[in-house]
Design a protein around this ligand. Structure first.
Ligand SMILES: Nc1ncnc2c1ncn2[C@@H]1O[C@H](COP(=O)(O)OP(=O)(O)O)[C@@H](O)[C@H]1O
Ligand SMILES: [Mg+2]
Length: 266
């Protein structure tokens, strides 16, 4: 469980979070969204202990990010950013993963690496140079590297934003599977169609919680009011809904379900 209690944090004179409270339960797949500058990355930095607030505290399974507990927290919490290459130190996939495990004095290195690479479908690239991987494969490597330490939590900050739609979907399906295996996921995104994968969604604006609910509760007005990028298939669904052409309960569907529904009327 992640408990954020009354934190206040900002940069120079600008306060982003003021007496901010939030709880994330074990097993959740939380999606955090909001327009640029709403504080999403700052929240990720606070949860992962990269940033420490002066006021209030953040506990990860009871361990405080502002104390020496951070080393133990880092073992249980994987982080993936938008540009994974900034995090890589190895030349090849295998080197990268070996380096991580050696750092933690782990045994059975080969077996653990193979297991993690198989989980993300990257086993056939084990000896490949990282520079030759595609964007999606690099993100899979970042995920496999995080999985080596069997994290209880995974924090992903816009991890899919550089990926093409197919790789984005693959990444989300992988995360969904990990979540079903018990990993708590905190996924920051500005792609609205992705929120259907979540068990809960948090909409932030200027460090404030605007809405915190099930994905199906988020409505067109939320999306329009907070200037969020609305994917084409949702715009189409909204427009058709207004013309009473489709059922009334607007939800953040995936594109396939919208296609299926429209086809029924043709
Ligand atoms: N290192 C920094 N120094 C100064 N201001 C920052 C820094 N990082 C972020 N900010 C400011 O904090 C606010 C929240 O940023 P951020 O958490 O990156 O939002 P998001 O990830 O939602 O785009 C923005 O107004 C941004 O300009
Ligand atoms: Mg950000």
């Amino acid at each position: 469980m992640i408990e954020i209690s009354d934190i206040t944090y900002g940069y120079d004179e600008k306060i982003i979070f003021k007496d901010f409270k939030y709880f994330i339960k074990k097993g959740e797949f939380l999606m955090v969204f909001g327009k640029n500058g709403s504080g999403k990355s700052t929240l990720a930095k606070l949860i992962t202990g990269i940033a420490i607030s002066d006021k209030g505290k953040i506990l990860i399974d009871g361990l405080d990010t502002s104390t020496d507990d951070i080393w133990e927290i880092r073992r249980s919490l994987g982080v993936i950013f938008q540009n994974p290459e900034d995090q890589f130190v190895g030349t090849t996939v295998l080197e990268e993963m070996t380096f991580i495990l050696e750092n933690y004095d782990e045994i059975d290195i080969c077996e653990k690496i193979d297991e993690a690479l198989r989980k993300v479908n990257l086993i056939d690239k084990k000896n490949e140079e990282i520079d030759y991987l595609s964007g999606g494969q690099k993100q899979k490597l970042a995920l496999a590297s995080a999985l080596l330490l069997k994290p209880k939590f995974l924090v992903l900050d816009e991890a899919s934003s550089m990926l093409d739609p197919k790789s984005r979907k693959e990444l989300l399906i992988l995360l969904k599977k990990l979540n079903e295996d018990g990993v708590t996921i905190i996924y920051i995104t500005h792609y609205l169609e992705e929120i259907t994968y979540a068990s809960r969604c948090l909409l932030l604006d200027e460090g404030r919680i605007i809405k915190d609910d099930l994905p199906s509760i988020f409505l067109e007005e939320d999306l329009l009011r907070y200037n969020l990028m609305i994917p084409f298939h949702l715009k189409l669904l909204m427009r058709l809904n207004k013309k009473n052409k489709l059922r009334k309960d607007f939800r953040l569907e995936n594109s396939q379900s919208v296609v299926d529904e429209i086809c029924q009327y043709l």
